[in-house]
Design a protein around this ligand. Structure first.
Ligand code: ADP
Ligand code: ASP
Ligand code: MG
Length: 439
């Protein structure tokens, strides 16, 4: 059994719904994970924002815009009147439940309920289409099996047990359909796996059922060697090791949710990135094989803060780094990069919610300075330290760019740099030019 996940653009219009229906109905008894139609989750976030600010008119306008969009899709999507009627009735109930939030004090529980509606809508529309086409589809509701624990991590044991039971209850289905992104949390409330989280849903499911393969279908022919939104002429990487893909996803390659590769890697289930607009294209295969001697791709992660603590008094004393780390831990703030010298340590974080408190606490141990609006550039490939010349090729590409930090040796697959956000595009271009151009 495989897991096939289709992102927002893959279900972005009535035509795309039909394309996906034809891909999945010919692919066997698999689990299909759907995202919200592209733009929907953004609109739902916008509605929640209006409701927090008690701008009910703004909320109503956005709700009615969405209602029109879905009415148009339904008109175009189905041949049978009964399918249209069922889909219209479902949409009405969804938009009624969102509109009901304009009458009360808005809470974060309601916000998460609203954000869940995009995936619920697209899976209902797809299930209705498949039934119209004569496919025996079994909807397996994500809210019946996808769970996160009190620290927001997937509860793999609970997912595995509930999902297995739900699949076993419908042995005659041609295929199973579920929603990406949404889940229940430890308080039994509707929650989600963060933006872009449908990829994570697919990989958690793939690991839970020990799938043959996890396929992430999107609007591009695989993971490219640089960010195609910034650099022209990028090309798809045909093969990546799990760790290379995990680093690229974590360090900004938007095609994958930052942590989605982890469950697949632990379960050793291959992940394939495929293009819904060009289903025959080979895409990118991610598994546990490494390609010796290859630099694969570059990615960038914005909104990074760099914090430097200088202390000639403390650094050589043992226990200094532990005290520094404890401060970050007490604010549940993960550290991305770290560089040390005899007199100081520089660290980066992307979650700056507690930056002021962290800086305040760090001042006990030395002089603290902060650089905001920084960007981590991550170069991924075979970066084994025994390979000669790889670091120098990368560094050479950056000779005209001011580099604030360099991190190498933390893994066999990555060398990372911290640069100013304003230098991001120039850095990505320079790296593509030096590492991937054929001339
Ligand atoms: P989906 O809606 O299917 O989840 P996303 O928008 O999340 O799709 O991801 C696909 C997009 O990621 C592509 O259209 C592309 O613009 C962007 N992207 C950013 N970096 C990369 C990369 N290194 N390789 C491929 N796509 C990338
Ligand atoms: N619909 C959600 C989002 O837009 C989840 C996803 O698309 O993966 O973030
Ligand atoms: Mg995505």
């Amino acid at each position: 059994m495989k897991v096939l996940k289709f992102g927002g653009t893959s279900v972005g219009s009535a035509r795309r719904f039909r394309d996906v229906a034809s891909i999945i109905s010919g692919a066997g008894k698999n689990i299909v994970v759907l995202s919200a139609m592209s733009g929907t989750t953004n609109s739902l976030v916008e509605i929640a924002g209006y409701l927090y600010n008690q701008n009910f008119e703004g909320a109503r306008d956005t709700i009615s815009g969405l209602q029109k969009k879905y009415a148009g899709v339904i008109d175009e999507l189905y041949a049978k009147e009964e399918s249209k009627a069922a889909a219209r009735e479902y949409c009405e109930s969804v938009f009624d439940s969102i509109s009901a939030c304009t009458k009360e004090l808005f809470t974060d529980v309601q916000e998460r309920m609203i954000l869940a509606q995009g995936e619920l809508l697209s899976s209902f529309l797809m299930a209705t289409l498949l039934k119209e086409l004569g496919v025996r589809v079994q909807v397996v509701p994500a809210l019946s099996f996808m769970r996160i624990d009190a620290s927001g991590e997937p509860d793999s044991d609970a997912v595995k047990a509930s999902l297995r039971k739900l699949l076993d209850e419908a042995p005659d289905a041609d295929l199973y359909l579920t929603q990406g992104f949404i889940c229940l949390n430890a308080r039994e409330e509707i929650d989600n796996l963060k933006r872009g989280g449908s990829d994570y849903t697919a990989c958690i499911i793939g690991a839970a059922i020990q799938a043959e393969e996890i396929q992430i279908w999107t609007d591009i022919d695989g993971l490219h060697n640089n960010d195609p939104r910034i650099v022209k002429g990028t090309s798809a990487v045909r093969h990546l090791h799990f760790e290379e893909a995990a680093e690229l996803a974590y360090f900004g390659a938007k095609i994958l949710h930052p942590t989605c590769i982890l469950p697949a890697r632990y379960a050793n289930v291959p992940v394939r990135l495929l293009n819904t607009m060009d289903p025959q294209a080979p895409g990118t295969l991610i598994d546990n094989r490494a390609d010796a001697g290859a630099i694969k791709a570059v990615a960038a992660k914005d909104n990074i803060a760099a914090i430097k603590i200088k202390s000639s008094r403390m650094l050589l004393a043992h226990g200094f780094l532990r005290k520094v780390f404890e401060i970050f831990e007490s604010y549940r703030t993960p550290i991305d990069m770290i560089c040390t010298s005899e007199v100081g340590v520089s660290l980066t974080i992307d979650d700056t919610r507690y930056l002021n408190e962290i800086v305040h606490d760090l001042k006990k141990y030395g002089t603290v300075s902060v650089d905001l609006d920084m960007c981590i550039i991550c170069v991924v490939g075979d970066m084994d330290w025994n390979n000669r010349g790889y670091e120098s090729r990368v560094l050479d590409a950056l000779k005209d760019i001011p580099v604030r930090m360099v991190s190498y040796g933390g893994s066999n697959y990555n060398i990372s740099f911290l640069v100013r956000e304003e230098d991001k595009a120039a850095t990505l271009l320079a790296l593509s030019d030096k590492l991937f151009s054929n001339d």
